[in-house]
Design a protein around this ligand. Structure first.
Ligand SMILES: NC(=O)c1ccc[n+]([C@@H]2O[C@H](COP(=O)([O-])OP(=O)(O)OC[C@H]3O[C@@H](n4cnc5c(N)ncnc54)[C@H](O)[C@@H]3O)[C@@H](O)[C@H]2O)c1
Length: 324
């Protein structure tokens, strides 16, 4: 039976998911909605889908729902879709407060449907390979993680903390999830932040200690320009370093003399390079096979917990323990 997919939020990422899903013969993009009707009409035309007048109508007419609205609009839609017993793919962030993230997480625990959060980078070949190397051959001691943005202007809502929940929930949330994926649970963190270009804290330095004894630094600024690479993970191991450059390349040292190995993903189509194709396939696999999602509501909750802890540390001026 073909799985009917509904999309709520017909903007940039809603369009990316729709395009990928259209190439999966197990599903059909059947109903779409957007607050701006023109956008829904345009997406519907591209996929021969129906336009629904309300999110509730999308939920009622679908087996699985993609929530691709801006950040602070995810929670009510996620709760409605879970209540209706539908499978849900919720874009990151799961929520923009711990309380909300906890409510969604609790609801998923009493649902038999799949609930996956859009932390796409876990599926990006650069990060999947880095994780494999850390598991198999390189034990990490410490790391430096960077995730900058050029601006908070496009789309327009990215500069409005009432819609993003704050910069940390918009962009660095990817790296909060990535650090857990690569290095395990965080025990404590200590952050300093400042405000420059925008009406919110837009530049952060964070020191993190992990439960396994590892430590890391994270730097993230919202107005750093799009100077390449704005995203980079450097992992320091016993006589070895592993470095990512965006989702383009992974380089790792292979001898004490400075020799190195590398893998390039530059020829990989962008939607695969960024993990979107793989995350959507994994979501449909979970529905079809009745298997747990690869990025759970708990993962979404923990990323929100870390973002909240960074803000809390800046407010208090001291270290903050992560609950898990
Ligand atoms: N995983 C990723 O790499 C990635 C990339 C981009 C965006 N995102 C996330 O996806 C979400 C959407 O981002 P985008 O870049 O597509 O934004 P966008 O502005 O391009 O699209 C959002 C759409 O949602 C619509 N919308 C707003 N509120 C709505 C509501 N209550 N009901 C229905 N429609 C509504 C808007 O009209 C707009 O068309 C955000 O949460 C963002 O953080 C994730």
């Amino acid at each position: 039976m073909t799985i009917k997919i509904g999309i709520i939020g017909s903007g940039f990422i809603g369009g990316i998911h729709a395009g990928i899903l259209a190439r999966d013969e197990r599903v059909r993009v059947s109903t779409v909605h957007d607050l701006v009707e023109d956008r829904a009409q345009q997406l519907a035309r591209a996929h021969d889908a129906a336009v629904a007048a309300t999110p509730d109508e999308v939920i009622a007419r679908s087996d699985a729902v993609f929530i691709t609205t801006p950040n602070t609009r995810h929670v009510p839609l996620a709760l409605a879709a879970i209540d209706a017993g539908k499978h849900v793919f919720c874009e990151k962030p799961l929520a923009t407060t711990i309380d909300d993230a906890g409510v969604v997480y609790q609801k998923t625990q009493s649902s038999n449907a799949v609930f996956q959060v859009g932390h796409n980078r876990r599926f990006a070949p650069v990060y999947a390979t880095l994780k494999r190397l850390l598991n198999e051959t390189h034990e990490p001691h410490s790391a430096h993680v960077k995730m900058n943005r050029g601006e908070l202007l496009k789309p327009e809502w990215t500069g409005d903390p009432k819609v993003t929940g704050g910069f940390l929930y918009e962009t660095p949330i990817h790296m909060f999830d990535m650090m857990r994926f690569l290095f395990g649970e965080i025990e404590t963190l200590h952050a300093i932040g400042s405000s420059h270009q925008y009406q919110e804290i837009d530049d952060f330095s964070v020191l993190l200690k992990f439960k396994n004894g590892m430590h890391a630094t994270l730097a993230t600024a919202a107005d750093a320009s799009w100077l390449f690479p704005f995203e980079r993970v450097e992992v320091f191991c016993h006589h070895a370093t592993l470095v990512t450059r965006e989702m383009e390349t992974l380089v790792w040292s292979s001898s004490l003399e400075g020799h190195f190995s590398s893998e390039s993903m530059q020829q990989t189509p962008r939607e695969e390079k960024w993990g979107y194709v793989q995350e959507d396939r994994a979501f449909v696999d979970s529905i079809v096979n009745g298997t747990p999602p690869l990025v759970t509501a708990f993962d979404g909750l923990m990323s929100v917990e870390i973002a909240n802890a960074v803000y809390e540390s800046i407010r208090s001026g001291g270290p903050v323990q992560i609950r898990s």
